[in-house]
Design a protein around this ligand. Sequence first.
Ligand code: ATP
Ligand code: MG
Length: 478
Amino acid sequence: MTLPPEVQSALKILHDAGFAAYGVGGGVRDLLLNKKPKDWDVTTNAKPEEIQKLFPKSFYANQFGTVTILTTSEDPSLKEIEITTYRSEKGYSDQRHPDEIAFVSNLEEDLARRDFTINAIALDEETVVDPFDGQADLAGKLVRAVGNPKERFAEDALRLLRAVRLATELNFEIEPKTLAAVTQYAPAITAVSHERVRDELIKLVKSDYPEKGMNLLKETGLLALILPEVAEGIAVGQNRHHIYTVFEHNIKSLQYAATYKYPFHVRLAALLHDIGKPRTKRFDKKINDYTFYAHDIVGSRMAEKVLKRLKFSKKMTDTITHLVRHHMFYYDVGKVTEAGARRLLRRVGKEHFDDLIKLRIAERKGSGVPKAEPYRLRHLQFMVEKAAQEPISVKELKITGRHLQELGMKAGPIFGGILNALLAEVLEDPIKNTKEYLLKRAVELKDKNPDELKKLGEVAAQEEELKREEDIKKKYRV
Ligand code: ATP
Ligand code: MG
């Protein structure tokens, strides 16, 4: 068990100048667990100005005693090391930021202000300093607050989520008193900024056991506060096709997406894909069972709200919302024609198709009653790969608005109408995508009235689809 050379040499520079210095925090924790650390922290009795003098390549851009030094390492976890002066923290009137920090002279006091025992172990070349028995908790796989858990969560509400996130990443349990305090202080999470909540959620979702994390959020009451839309699914039963509640199904889908190492946005789409179900649940006497008509549309609108609130990027928000919107696509071997596959691809977009298949796989596995879906999905993938070779958008037609002008037509909305009508034909039969054929058809179409044209182009323009979506959103007031 040795510190990485970059950390060792930083410690040596401080030691040679007469200061005490130790590796500390998540770096030490992960090293002791034989895991690869994400970043490294050093704690020292040197003051920020003294640290800066010893490390010419460094910057100090905060009021909390943390100097960041730059190393020559290629390893992203070691390119920067954070060196922080021993400090204590006083007063947290906003439940988030210490009103005051004070530099202190001994290591134990610095360790005492840290959140969890497993994060409060200091290590240099020879010594382990572990006043809160963090090593015992590493062995026992426990996340335990340093000192009095209630006080620690009352000071800083972010620690509530850090407890859940760490337990999830490490696959540890939260020690019972600490867990009780998380539950008691959960309401304070609303004092934490959406960005910080988001960053912890991202780490949780990217971990290997996100289902565990979601259950911890649920048990502690944090879920209802940070993801109320997901919490709506708790205890909401489905119908005879499902064995899990809506919530269980969402988090199990997320878990499969993690198990299969799918990318982050697919994981989050899996978590959110059925959040529209509680609001759309209706009993249908004819089939004597519940239905969730339009839950994909309602759910995509809810997902958009969640992601905007948590300040995800526009691109991430759009991608995930789109996946939730289209997760219900119908596919049946033998029933879906090649033209059907092209229309599906037109609706979903080539760039999203792979993700949508991944979402479907995770969702099927997460239903607990997987049908013979894998074969169907492989078949669909094959069909779609073929379809992707064919034109599915107006841009891919062999004629453009310019050609219509050359036919003596006047530019205007009619161009869109004609091109969509032509695309509808080409989606049906790609052989028709030749300049000759399309020009001939354009001449025939140019005198049609707008309503007729619209009808012909409907499949391609997806107007019907969009209108239906708007109506449904209005109806469910989302
Ligand atoms: P990660 O593996 O995500 O880097 P980490 O535990 O190292 O997790 P950092 O944010 O890098 O988290 O913080 C480094 C150390 O600083 C922690 O291990 C802990 O000792 C201390 N720390 C961080 N945030 C808090 C907090 N909110 N309250 C108390 N101590 C904290
Ligand atoms: Mg860290």
